[in-house]
Design a binder for this molecule. Structure first.
Ligand code: ADP
Length: 158
C-alpha cells in the first residue's frame, strides 16, 4: 500500500515555508495530498480557486503531489482518501503546543492515522501566511516568501 500523507491547511497564500514542508514530506511518503480546508465561517484573502490553481501550478512536474479541497474534519477526510498520515509543519514552540493538541484529539478520533511533524528550515521560521498577507496589504516586499507560481498580484483584493 502506498504511504499517503495529507498536508492540511488554509494556504492563504501557499508560501515557501509550506513548500519546504511538502518537499520534506515527499522524502517520507509516496504521495502528499495538499488539502485545502474549506470553512464557510473563515474569511480568506484569496479565493479558493486561486489558492488551488497556484498550488497546482507549483507542482505541475511532481506527480506525487495532489491538490484537493475538503470540508469537515481533517481526520475524516484522511480516512476517505486512505491517508495514513497527517503532515504538519513546526516553526516555533507555539506551533508545537497548538499542533500537539490537535494531534492528540485526532488520535482519539482515529487511532490508525498518525500525525507527523516536520521542522521548517531556519530561514522559513519567520514566514507565515498572516505576515505575507500583511505585507501584501501594506505594500511590503512579499516576493521573498512566495513560490513564483503563487501569483498573488493577479488576485489582489480591491
Ligand atoms: P492552518 O490554518 O491549518 O494553520 P496554514 O496554511 O497556516 O493552515 O498552515 C498549514 C501548515 O503549514 C501548518 O502545519 C503550519 O504549521 C505549516 N506552516 C505554515 N507556514 C510554515 C513555515 N513557514 N514553515 C513551516 N511550516 C509552516
Amino acid at each position: 500500500m502506498p504511504k499517503i500523507a495529507v498536508f492540511p491547511g488554509t494556504f492563504d497564500p501557499f508560501s515557501n515555508g509550506h513548500r519546504d514542508i511538502v518537499e520534506k514530506g515527499l522524502k517520507m511518503f509516496d504521495e502528499v495530498i495538499i488539502a485545502i480546508g474549506v470553512n464557510a465561517l473563515k474569511k480568506t484573502m484569496f479565493p479558493l480557486e486561486k489558492r488551488v490553481e497556484w498550488i497546482r501550478n507549483t507542482y505541475t512536474n511532481e506527480p506525487r503531489v495532489r491538490v484537493e479541497t475538503y470540508s469537515g474534519l481533517t481526520i475524516k477526510y484522511c480516512a476517505e482518501v486512505n491517508a495514513g498520515f497527517i503532515l504538519r509543519g513546526l516553526r516555533t514552540v507555539a506551533d508545537f503546543e497548538y499542533e500537539k493538541q490537535i494531534a492528540l484529539v485526532n488520535s482519539d478520533q482515529n487511532h490508525a492515522i498518525q500525525s507527523v511533524f516536520v521542522l521548517s528550515e531556519q530561514k522559513y521560521t519567520a514566514v507565515s501566511s498572516t505576515v505575507i498577507r500583511d505585507l501584501i496589504l501594506n505594500g511590503g516586499d512579499y516576493s521573498l516568501y512566495l513560490p513564483q507560481t503563487v501569483e498573488v498580484h493577479t488576485a489582489l483584493p480591491e
